[in-house]
Write a protein that binds this ligand. Structure first.
Ligand SMILES: [Zn+2]
Ligand SMILES: [Zn+2]
Length: 615
């Protein structure tokens, strides 16, 4: 929603002078007429020029209108309603409407509706809409946008839909700004299909139309569709504005489209949109989320203005890219500049501490969260702390922290404890943690797999078989894993053991070669504890070799030029055996491999990973 620019206070003075001048002319025959046209202008200037809550210029003008008997004029009433609706006291706006003779014109009501919606008083705005209709007034093209916006921001889908049918019945969809408001409302409600339908039926579209759809799609996580809309915008010659730019960047991050992200970045530099805070924030976060953390830093350093979102994007970015100490340093700078951390900042910070193994710093930040910043820790914060404590072998302390958790038990947190138990082979505590996750979410296969790994590491084969039986009996669902790699503008997706790709034969040959080379040159031995199939040892090893991330890496080796990093993304966590194998592949092929899994980025080069062996 865009606002018209505030009128300068000099406009108010001029408008006031004009009213005073007319009043001095007192007896002139057209005095009333002049006043009738000058007052609304002065009122409008008064409502835009004075951000302070004192309504004194408005009050004076109101008194003037009253004295001159002009309150019956819909223009004057509309301007007065509009003036008061911008103040913290919308009841006064309502008072003007009630004292005016029953208007036949919807304009004063539209002013009330717009004012209430702009002030965030959405239920009042919808009440006013109902009342105006009860009074027999016919809504027009200015009534609908604030009503739609109010319904959307109240998450009131039924009202938005009935407003839509009202628009269709009254033919108001021909007004561009009404259809734009409809797209915006559906987008805010997450009803992107409806937004798309309205968009498709519009004979004319402007930059607001495209941007509303694009931001809606980006916000609802339909990133590929958002990118499609962005390309459509460019094809039809519509110049994206700063809102569209920020939205498409967030979708570039969401669908790991780094190349497009870079193109949008250069376009933003050309248009100067990169100076908008929202665009610059989206750039920092796009680079951080696609593993180009140094580019994120460059954008960050060039920014003249920053907000908590900016700082948090970089803190989280460093944390996820295995640069925990940089993350903490940025946090120190943030505090020094007087910027206040928020809920998300602490997730990044604690994640950084847990991945860098900084137990003392982690405890101190966790403690300061509530004591200094009055932020109640949530499941994500507890999960980081459990990771941190558990990873450093303080399993009992982690369990004790969980028992003090006030936000109620959460599967994420117990899974973190189970993960730590697996690392430290603590079967007893691991069983307890797994039991908790089974109880909270019996259909999630992950804890069964983790517990089965824990048993197999402890060589308790009977328990391994029992857990697998349980997994099958309870019908727990294992989310299918897949990996993808970008080559030019195309994205190639791989599933474990899949043979659907047109270059399957070459890819599998390259996998064999990779495994052969790391075995011979680096002494790699497959860790079949990570294999899940109930097969013999050879079968399990083959299963591991054909995990989706290895197929994607093999394809990257085939397709990408020598100096280019291979960027592979995976929807789930990378398994321990792939982690070892791909690190060694990076070494023997002298390539940088950036693997992003569901947890963090792994920047692998020369046999070493940025995650510090923590996945
Ligand atoms: Zn694997
Ligand atoms: Zn790693």
């Amino acid at each position: 929603m865009r606002h018209r620019p505030a009128t300068a206070s000099s406009d108010l003075a001029a408008a006031f002078d004009r009213v005073r001048h007319i009043l001095r002319g007192g007896a002139a025959p057209d005095h009333h007429l002049h006043l009738h046209s000058a007052l609304p202008a002065a009122l409008s200037a008064a409502s835009y020029s004075s951000p302070d809550p004192s309504p004194s210029p408005g009050l004076q003008l109101h008194a003037l209108a009253l004295r001159a008997g002009l309150l019956s004029s819909p223009f004057v009433t509309t301007s007065l309603v509009s003036l008061y609706a911008r103040r913290p006291d919308p009841a006064a706006a309502r008072g003007v409407l009630d004292s005016a003779p029953a208007p036949r014109d919807p304009a004063p009501w539209n002013a009330l509706l717009a004012g209430l919606s702009r002030r965030g008083l959405f239920p009042d705005a919808l009440d006013a809409f109902v009342e105006m209709r009860q009074r027999g007034l016919v809504p027009d093209e200015f009534t609908l946008p604030p009503a739609l916006n109010s319904a959307a921001l109240l998450s009131n889908s039924p009202t938005a839909r009935s407003l839509h049918s009202l628009i269709l019945r009254s033919g108001l969809q021909s007004h561009l700004h009404v259809s734009n408001a409809l797209i915006d409302a559906y987008a805010k409600l997450g009803a992107v299909t409806c937004a798309h339908k309205v968009f498709d039926h519009m004979p004319h579209r402007d930059v607001v139309t495209w941007t509303s759809l694009l931001t809606g799609l980006a916000r609802s996580g339909s990133h590929d569709s958002a990118l499609g809309v962005y390309y459509g915008m460019l094809r039809t010659g519509v110049e994206p504005d700063e809102f569209a730019t920020a939205a498409v960047l967030s979708s570039c991050a969401g669908s790991t489209a780094l190349d497009l992200g870079r193109q949008v970045h250069s376009a933003a530099v050309r248009t100067g949109f990169d100076s908008f805070l929202s665009v610059a924030n989206s750039l920092v976060s796009m680079y951080a989320k696609t593993g180009s953390i140094d580019d994120a830093r460059t954008v960050f350093d060039a920014m003249r203005r920053r907000c908590p979102i900016t700082w948090t994007a970089l803190i989280v970015g460093y944390a996820q890219n295995g640069r925990g100490r940089d993350s903490l340093a940025v946090y120190e700078d943030m505090i020094r500049t007087g910027c206040r951390p928020d809920y998300v900042t602490f997730i990044g910070l604690l994640f950084a501490c847990s991945h860098a193994g900084l137990v003392g710093a982690g405890r101190a930040h966790f403690d300061s969260m509530e004591r200094v910043y009055r932020i109640t820790p949530g499941p994500d914060h507890y999960a980081c702390m459990v990771d941190l404590l558990g990873r450093s072998g303080r399993l009992e302390e982690a369990a004790e922290l969980l028992s003090r958790m006030r936000t109620g038990p959460d599967p994420t947190v117990w899974k973190a404890l189970l993960g730590a138990c697996r690392v430290h082979r603590n079967v007893e505590l691991g069983e307890r943690a797994a039991e908790m996750v089974f109880r909270l979410d019996p259909t999630d296969a992950v804890p069964y797999v983790m517990l089965s790994n824990l048993y197999s590491r402890a060589r308790r084969w009977g328990d391994v078989a029992r857990i697998r039986g349980l997994l099958r009996a309870r019908g727990a669902i294992k989310e299918p894993g897949y990996s993808w790699v970008g080559v030019g503008p195309a994205t190639h997706v791989f599933r474990a053991g899949e043979r659907g790709h047109e270059r399957t034969a070459e890819i599998y040959r390259r996998v064999e070669e990779m495994m052969g080379r790391i075995r011979e040159e680096e002494g790699y031995v497959a860790d079949t504890d990570w294999a899940l199939q109930d097969e013999d040892a050879a079968g399990r090893e083959r299963g591991l070799a054909h995990h989706s991330e290895r197929l994607a890496v093999a394809f990257g080796l085939l397709e990408l030029p020598r100096g280019a990093p291979i960027r592979v993304y995976k929807n789930l966590r990378v398994c321990g055996d792939c982690h070892v194998a791909i690190k060694l592949v990076a070494k023997v092929y002298a390539r940088v491999i950036v693997l992003r899994d569901a947890n963090c980025f792994h920047h692998m080069r020369d046999g070493v990973c940025s995650c510090g062996e923590y996945w």
